[in-house]
Ligand binder design. Sequence first.
Ligand code: HAM
Length: 422
Amino acid sequence: MQRLKTIKGTHDILPGDIHRWQQIETVLRRVFEVYAYREIRTPVFENTALFARGVGEFSDIVSKEMYTFTDKGGESLTLRPELTASVARSFIQHHFQQDAPLHKLWYMGPLFRQERPQAGRQRQFHQFGIEVIGSPYPEADAEVITVACRIYRELGLKHWELQINSIGSPDTRKHYIEILKKTLDPYKKDLCDTCRERFEGNILRLFDCKNPECAEVMQTKAPSILDHLSDEDSRHFEEVKALLSALQIEFTINPALVRGLDYYTRTTFEIKGTALGAQDALCGGGRYDGLISDLDGPETPAVGFAAGMERLVIAMEAEHLFDQQEKSIDLYIAPMNKDHLLAVMPLINRLREKGFIVHAELLRRSVKAMLRDANRQNTRWTAVVGDLELEKKELNLKNMRDNTQQTLSWEKVENVLTQNPE
Ligand code: HAM
């Protein structure tokens, strides 16, 4: 019989690891809140057309990586491979633009891409991100980039680098693509099969090829898009850079940073983990002024980023940034038998209502077995409950850190528990 286990490229996040995720999530929520972003949650699956039209049919995501299926009603549905298109769909569907001229949204959740799994690349992975919808101004680009940087800084991460670029408006890009094709045509024969295939339909992706010969051609022969920006594109990019400098955010300019999704206009950026392996993009984003109108919504400029949780967990582990342990149990009650447990339940309930973490026995084990378990579980105090404790309404608390003991009335137990914060 086939043993049931997780699907290739998916992982359980086990109880022993979850505190790492929660540590990150607490910081994320705080940062999004202080920048006045509001949370949005969209469904995990959407109409396939949303991603085909939004992300672009020739992108790797849409052409190769989507989990698409036909449901029983005959509709083509897709497990979301990214969240920007879903947020744009929601913005249009709920007429956000009628409520306010600017919407600052954040999200967190699972995404699905059928890629070849490796360290830092899963088929189900998790992103957090933000989308600022409504502002065409460089201040919005700068704020989005700042929020991303603030998160990594606040988490204590040291080994990362911000790269920015501008890929101009669609007209600029059309013109640049023509120049790129003309310039690279004589070197087409030196390129790998994939790049030769992409030459006509998606030549910008040649910048992402890891093949050394292709990289050599692109580095030495390809003109820089920054030399072909329109005046307005250039002004926008200069202002983004000036704002980042004023905010004391360090960046490098990478004219090869074109990003693999079709909706970008002008600013693109990525934060690379400098101690990560091949999958080094911690986060990526940029401006997408045409997406909402391409999806039949009103002309609405927007900018955002999304970041991978799994890669961040790997990066933080490498820099030893996680708190050492899961939360400890404040009090482990070890009743001699099930009747003692029932009788001490009012005390257990009261302590839990006050917010203490209290373990009550569910396995009817011997006192010896329970105390062994308490030791294993990172417990601060244990108390054995027998006839005497019930009769006197007392607990004999044993401090598991220094092995001292003290006997207290049930009313006073919480004073001792609060006295000893972790
Ligand atoms: P993306 O570059 O496709 O952009 O993904 C953003 C981040 O998600 C990556 O930098 C990486 O950290 C993480 N990521 C992507 N694929 C995987 C994977 N298979 N396994 C693990 N992590 C992964 C977007 O998704 C855009 N929606 C970002 C955006 C928001 N642009 C504007 N607004």
